[in-house]
Design a protein around this ligand. Structure first.
Ligand code: NAI
Length: 262
């Protein structure tokens, strides 16, 4: 099967949580397509110990343009300064709010601090990422694109993760609401909903995710009978940011091996 070659030359793309996993792959793919990439993460090094080089160094070694901007997405002031830094590269064209945190516990065990923390990263981070990018794009009279990493958990409840599912459900509605409000400015806002993707999101999970996707551990095993890889997901972002998706906004694109169909 063929794949699409996108051209993002001259475009500036911000990826939050671009040091590891899905965000790292998104950053690499946009850079490969010619974009200047700003990786905004709390840590510079990848979480997966098999990957040693920071994302921006890998991109630069391949001849691309990228930088690391230490950013905690729970702090709106840091997101605003990140957007300011993007102006040095011509201003943000594509804002990807991808950084996320997982806490797996039953409803009865989650502490108020854990609840606040996961909502701060996953919801506050995405909300103020949308706000900062939108304000900057409108000020520059620029019809950019905002993409948010949601989840299968945006629409499907799973055991021991109501605190996570509630953040991803909120991201779905932040995406739809922002799409509605920003449409008059020509700014499109969409979400990507990955299923089970083998990353270090859960510690040590890269090793076990492929196996678990095929087992009865989950209520519904993944129909394609394997966990996804970051490379399975990244293309959805390149598509949604592109002119091929010029009439797509407020959408949640599932990339989940068929998880949500039955
Ligand atoms: P990951 O843990 O490999 O990458 C997440 C990145 O976010 C890390 O580099 C981490 O340092 C960064 N980050 C965490 N808190 C941050 C903060 N406060 N400010 C800035 N950066 C921060 O995880 P993965 O799997 O790549 O997850 C990326 C996104 O995909 C998350 O939003 C997650 O909820 C979502 N997702 C992941 C799935 C999976 O199966 N791995 C499934 C569905 C959604």
């Amino acid at each position: 099967m063929g794949s699409t070659a996108y051209n993002y030359s001259g475009e500036t793309v911000i990826v939050t949580g671009g040091s590891s996993g899905i965000g790292r792959e998104i950053a690499l793919r946009f850079a490969e397509a010619g974009a200047t990439v700003l990786n905004a993460d709390v840590r510079e090094d990848p979480k997966n110990t098999n990957e040693t080089e920071p994302t921006h160094e890998l991109i630069e070694a391949a001849g691309g343009t990228a930088t690391y901007v230490e950013t905690d997405v729970t702090e709106p002031a840091q997101i605003a300064s990140l957007i300011g830094e993007a102006r040095e590269y011509g201003g943000v064209d594509v804002m990807i709010n991808n950084a996320g945190l997982y806490i797996g516990k039953s409803l009865r065990e989650v502490s108020p601090e854990e609840f606040d923390r996961i909502h701060a990263v996953n919801v506050r981070g995405v909300f103020f990422g949308c706000q900062a990018a939108a304000n900057d794009m409108i000020e520059r009279d620029h019809s950019g694109v905002i993409l948010n990493t949601a989840s299968i958990s945006s629409t499907h409840a799973q055991f021991d993760q109501v605190q996570y599912d509630s953040t991803k459900g909120a991201i779905r509605m932040v995406t739809r609401g922002a799409a509605l409000e920003l449409a008059e400015h020509g700014i499109r806002v969409n979400g990507v909903a990955p299923g089970q993707i083998a990353t270090e999101f859960l510690e040590g999970w890269t090793e076990t995710a492929q196996r678990e996707a095929q087992e009865e551990k989950f209520l519904k095993p993944v129909p394609l009978r394997r966990a996804g890889r970051p490379a399975d997901v990244a293309g959805a972002y390149l598509y949604l940011a592109s002119d091929d998706a010029s009439y797509v906004t407020g959408e949640l694109l599932h990339v989940d091996g068929g998880w949500q169909i039955c």
